[in-house]
Design a protein around this ligand. Structure first.
Ligand code: PBG
Ligand code: ZN
Length: 274
């Protein structure tokens, strides 16, 4: 897809510095390791791409909030977000792994860790561990209302993180359910989340608004890969005016109540706004 690349660490640093130059507030890093195994060992390897990139970006610029995605799916050979036993993802064993991953990101210098797995109790477990290990200043942005969505397809291809069997319906949310989104977000806040995220964004504008109005907390929205793909594909065909469509969709997400937007259009949008 145009504008979507797997970056080496040195390329990621260049991209981050350029993003800061565009006036962006932060970056969110995802890792793709060279080798995968059933427990996602590379995810908390201090020499892995995310940990190395966090350190290098922090050295290169102090103008960016550096956030990291905390999950196992790009690191496991089976492509699931956690530790698998038979056909099941084992919640507590997964949470223990996620705690190690989040700590390794904090040790590398991440400002914000963002667990995207949707296991139960992971925010509290990560918070407790970070507080106990001297990282109480590291914030948690939880993927709180993460729907089981068709719009993650292009990301999974880029991150080579599709489940090799089954799907993510056991832990990601049913798009028909909005009450659950509020319950999940409230739980994550209780456990110590600093920011809660709704994802995807445009198909969930009502959820963004319900979370922001109902809970009054810092609310992030993630305009995901499939949303990007839709606009990009239509623009490439000459069917949409890309800059206008990009700004209109981001405005809608903001209007719904998002304080913070994660989007693959970030650098493009920054040049349109500034
Ligand atoms: C990992 C993760 C996913 C996305 C962000 N973190 C994929 C998934 O849940 O399968 C999707 C992002 C996007 O589509 O842009 N759990
Ligand atoms: Zn995952």
């Amino acid at each position: 897809m145009p504008g979507v690349y797997q970056l080496s660490v040195d390329e990621a640093v260049k991209e981050a510095v350029a993003a800061a130059g565009d006036g962006l507030g932060g970056v969110l890093l995802f890792g793709l390791p060279e080798t995968k195994d059933d427990r996602g060992s590379a995810a908390d390897d201090p020499t892995a791409p995310v940990q190395t990139a966090v350190q290098a970006i922090k050295q290169a610029t102090s103008d960016l909030v550096v956030m990291t995605d905390v999950c196992l799916c790009a690191h496991t050979s089976h492509g699931h977000c956690g530790i698998v036993d038979g056909n099941e993802i084992v919640n507590d064993a997964t949470v223990a792994r996620l705690v190690d991953v989040a700590r390794s990101h904090a040790e590398a210098g991440a400002d914000v860790v963002a667990p995207s797995d949707m296991m139960d109790g992971r925010v509290g477990a990560i918070r407790t561990d970070l507080d106990a290990t001297g990282y109480e200043q590291v914030a948690i942005m939880s993927y709180a209302a993460k729907y089981c969505s068709a719009f993650y397809g292009p990301f999974r291809e880029a991150a080579d993180s599709s489940p090799r069997f089954g799907d993510r319906r056991t832990h990601q949310m049913d798009p028909a359910n909005v009450d659950e989104a509020l319950r999940e977000a409230a739980l994550d806040l209780d456990e110590g989340a600093d920011i809660v995220m709704v994802k995807p964004a445009l198909p969930c504008l009502d959820v963004i608004q319900a979370v922001k109005k109902g809970l009054g907390c810092p609310t992030a929205a993630y305009q995901v890969s499939g949303e990007y793909a839709m606009l990009k594909a239509a623009a490439a065909q000459g069917w949409l005016d890309e800059p206008r469509a990009v700004l209109e969709s981001l405005t809608a997400i903001r209007r719904a109540g998002a304080d913070l937007i994660i989007t693959y259009f970030a650098r493009h949008a920054a040049t349109l706004i500034h």
